[in-house]
Write a protein that binds this ligand. Structure first.
Ligand code: ZN
Length: 602
């Protein structure tokens, strides 16, 4: 693993600040996370479903030449000034997101390491090789000064290819990244400037970052950071600029449990907002567990009936014989056991919203009565003679294809058209995977609060397993898995795969991560727990201990892509102990004779 050789961790850095002196040649302390290895492990490829992840953020591999082309077109069509602004701000967003990533994944990371993680991420992402020359900051006083050498800058390469050696520094996007990263971490505006650039003929680029106040006039720098129409919320224009604003992210969080950032989720939210203001009947379709009731509640809560009751009925949960009295109410003496009169759900929802889940399970008889209630706005209690007027907005939901049910004669066509005024389809979770990290984060907080536990996030392999799990039970299943994880995991520890998955079939999809040698390695069943490995070893009945040990050693080694040191660490062995035990197994005679030898040994 390549480490920057010029970094030292000053004692001061362990508390409130950090110091890295020019020319310092001490080694970076690899024990301080996030190390380059930690960050590299956060990058994984999922070629089967068209996604690359950096921890929980979706990434994209862009050809350097394509970036250069885009950059050149921006300059040629918008002019250098506007193009520079765009590129700076795009870089700012990347830097800010990376800072958020590091802060959320390593909340207790030592401050200087956390700052330097930005330089490693920038390199990992293939943008530029960064060598810190000097860093001095004080978190308490909010001061920062840093100087870095940039080599192999992709932006300088592309600028040179397009325009040749010029007179102005050209690494605009990368400057934006540095500002975004450090500013987000420090919570105060730190402005970076390029003082030497390869695009002007220098051997390498050199950048200096300082607290805004230390630069004096930063209006030129801010001009490139702030532009109208760029991201929302718009950056503040007051005396104290707030470039933190764009780091809010794109996740939509509403008072209900609607959490997501994917386009299909946004599309459903958009339709929801549009129809909520009306009194139209809405039909939610989608698999079990996709959150139909949460959407229905949100529809009610954001509509004009928000102050009136929201009454939910799961049609499948009520026996057919009781359904009518549940929906429409009952008069005393209507049938044996009806000892007193009581209102039905329609009456209780009067003025508000009635949510009918699993509508397709209604019998044809009940469908007829429901249709009449919808058409006339009138109901009659079972055994009653009075007609009651009710004003109810109906929201229905189904996980089957109602149109198909109509064709099969199991659902009334007239009721279908009555309900299908404004259908909203909610996609299954496997089709909105980019929402999985947001939902994990959301339910981690919900369940931790509910069970008064405090797990520390998720391990990387747990993250990976979740990202590739099929979620046949959709969001409800995800919530269950996380609830199980919160309960099974010790306080202060990270939730791992075995904390969440028991009998569920773990993903077997092609999953690649970057190995320490820089090559992609297959993850395959990395998410399989060692317990599973032991279970597999014992499949054929009791086995001699050394056979199980061999199985464990090999399985662990495979999980770590052949990295003996990492595998040894997992099993609590030194590298030498691990290698010795493995070798001993390989030298053992054929299985049948090994069994008798083991019997003798023991
Ligand atoms: Zn440069």
């Amino acid at each position: 693993m390549a480490r920057s050789p010029r970094i030292s961790l000053a004692e001061a850095s362990r508390t409130s600040g950090g110091l890295l002196r020019r020319g310092d040649t001490a080694q970076d302390d690899p024990a301080h996370p996030p190390t380059l290895g930690d960050l590299t492990e956060s990058l994984f490829f999922s070629p089967g479903d068209g996604r690359i992840w950096l921890q929980n953020q979706r990434m994209v591999l862009l050809h350097g030449a394509a970036f250069g082309h885009l950059r050149r077109e921006l300059i040629d069509t918008l002019g250098a000034d506007k193009a520079r602004g765009l590129l700076t701000r795009t870089g700012y967003l990347s830097g800010a997101r990376d800072a958020e990533l590091v802060r959320s994944r390593w909340p207790e990371g030592e401050l200087l390491s956390v700052f330097l993680a930005g330089t490693r991420l920038h390199a990992l992402e293939g943008v530029v090789k960064v060598t810190p020359l000097a860093v001095d900051f004080d978190k308490l006083r909010g001061t920062y000064e840093g100087e870095f050498r940039w080599e192999h800058s992709v932006e300088a390469d592309e600028h040179l290819a397009a325009y040749g050696v010029g007179t102005e520094c050209a690494c605009w996007n990368q400057i934006g990244y540095a500002i975004g990263y450090v500013t987000t971490l420090l919570g105060q505006l730190v402005v970076f400037r390029e003082v030497e650039c390869r695009a002007t003929g220098a051997a390498a680029c050199r950048v200096v970052g300082r607290h805004a106040a230390a630069w004096g006039d930063v209006s030129e720098d801010l001009h490139h950071l702030h532009a109208q129409g760029f991201h929302s919320p718009a950056p503040s224009t007051t005396a104290s600029p707030d470039p933190m604003a764009p780091t809010e992210g794109r996740a939509t969080r509403t008072p209900g449990e609607l959490v997501g950032a994917s386009s299909s989720f946004h599309s459903a939210c958009h339709q929801l907002a549009r129809v909520a203001r009306t009194r139209a009947t809405v039909l939610f379709t989608g698999e079990s567990g996709v959150g139909k009731e949460a959407f229905a509640r949100q529809l009610h809560a954001t509509g004009p009936r928000a102050a009136a009751p929201f009454v939910a009925v799961n049609c499948a949960a009520i026996p057919e014989t009781l359904l009518e009295s549940e929906l429409f109410g009952v008069e005393r003496g209507a049938f044996t056991g009806a000892t007193r009169s009581r209102p039905g759900r329609f009456e209780r929802a009067d003025g508000g919203t009635l949510f009918l889940d699993e509508i397709a399970t209604l019998s044809l008889t009940s469908q007829g009565k429901l249709l009449r209630a919808l058409q006339e706005g009138e109901i009659e209690r079972v055994g009653g003679t009075r007609t009651l007027r009710v004003d109810v907005r109906v929201i229905a939901a189904t996980n089957v294809d109602l149109h198909e049910e109509v064709r099969a004669g199991r659902f009334r066509e007239d009721l279908y058209y009555r309900l299908n005024v404004y259908p909203i389809h909610l996609p299954p979770l496997r089709e909105r995977r980019e929402d999985v990290p947001l939902l994990m984060d959301h339910f981690l907080r919900v369940e931790s609060r509910r069970h008064a536990r405090s797990p520390k996030g998720f391990t990387q392999r747990a993250m990976r397993a979740m990202m590739h799990y099929a979620f046949p039970g959709n969001i409800r299943e995800l919530q269950n898995l996380i609830e199980r994880g919160v309960i099974s995991c010790d306080d202060g520890a990270a939730i791992d795969v075995p904390h969440m998955f028991r009998r569920e079939r773990l993903p077997d999809e092609l999953l690649l991560s970057v190995g320490t040698d820089g090559n992609l390695q297959r993850e395959g069943n990395q998410a399989r727990s060692l317990r599973d490995a032991v279970a597999a070893a014992l499949d054929g009945g009791p086995q001699p201990l050394h056979r199980i040990e061999q199985h464990l050693l090999r399985e662990t080694l495979q999980q770590h892509g052949g990295n003996v040191a990492a595998a040894a660490r997992d099993l609590g062995l030194t590298r030498a102990q691990f290698a010795y035990r493995l070798r001993r197994g390989e030298q053992a005679p054929a299985p049948r004779r090994r069994r008798s030898k083991a019997a003798k040994d023991s």
